[in-house]
Design a protein around this ligand. Sequence first.
Ligand code: AMP
Length: 282
Amino acid sequence: MQVLRTVSELRLWSRDLRAAGGNIIGLVPTMGALHAGHASLIRAARAQCTHVAVSLFVNPTQFGPNEDFTRYPRAFEADCALAEAEGAGVLFAPAVEELYPNGADSTFVEVPVLSERLDGASRPGHFRGVATVVSKLFIAAEPDRAYFGQKDAAQVAVLRRMTADLRLATEIVACPIVRDADGLALSSRNAYLAPAERAQALVLSRAVRRVESLVAEGERCASTLLAAAREVFAAEPVVRIDYAALVDWATLEPIVTAAPGTLFAVAAWVGSTRLIDNAILS
Ligand code: AMP
């Protein structure tokens, strides 16, 4: 596995593969501190592409001023080992100045409306940072396919809209949520949780399962489903709900009646850690 640090190296890697003909380039964007969720994206990319690049970049522009940018977990050596073991051909790990050569006076990519919904409502500017850095990665690597986790379902919606609006050639592939055995969705931020908080955090996946099982029993009314989710949270009062919503996955607009493909998404604070979880209802 090659470790590349500059946009021009990544571009050259991609262009050489394309010039050779017959190659399919996959990109897996991450912020590092890789876990089995990231590994599943790399595996999916390996299954569908001839060559896979994993990017590892803690993107400052997607963090708010009081968020965890400086203390976000960083584990470069372990990340290299995991990416290589999963079969990535390239690990792209640029410095901040490489992707933001003009610092804060940068050109940004804005996806209107969707960027203000769900996580965008509680994290102003977050999706502007995500759309900008993913655009930079797409422009550099020119991937045929890029792999993202359904875990960040609103992010997938924003990026699908962005690629449609910009008429980009990259297909956004969403991969299922990988969970611990007890149901907790894997997240680099789970490392922040004290043991008691980790147990409390299970309320998110419990709420997701409750909504899924009510839908399986035939319930379709959004307000009934959301009330049931809130009831699950009420049993764990130290966990503070940020949002619990039933929305159309493409537009992130709230829906009144659940239908196949409806997104149930939840975000909550466990101590000082904000966690998210969701399900696409069948
Ligand atoms: P991050 O490093 O947290 O920015 O995540 C990089 C990518 O991995 C994103 O597309 C996430 O949605 C995805 N991801 C994170 N956690 C999981 C998980 N538990 N299962 C599947 N994908 C995940």
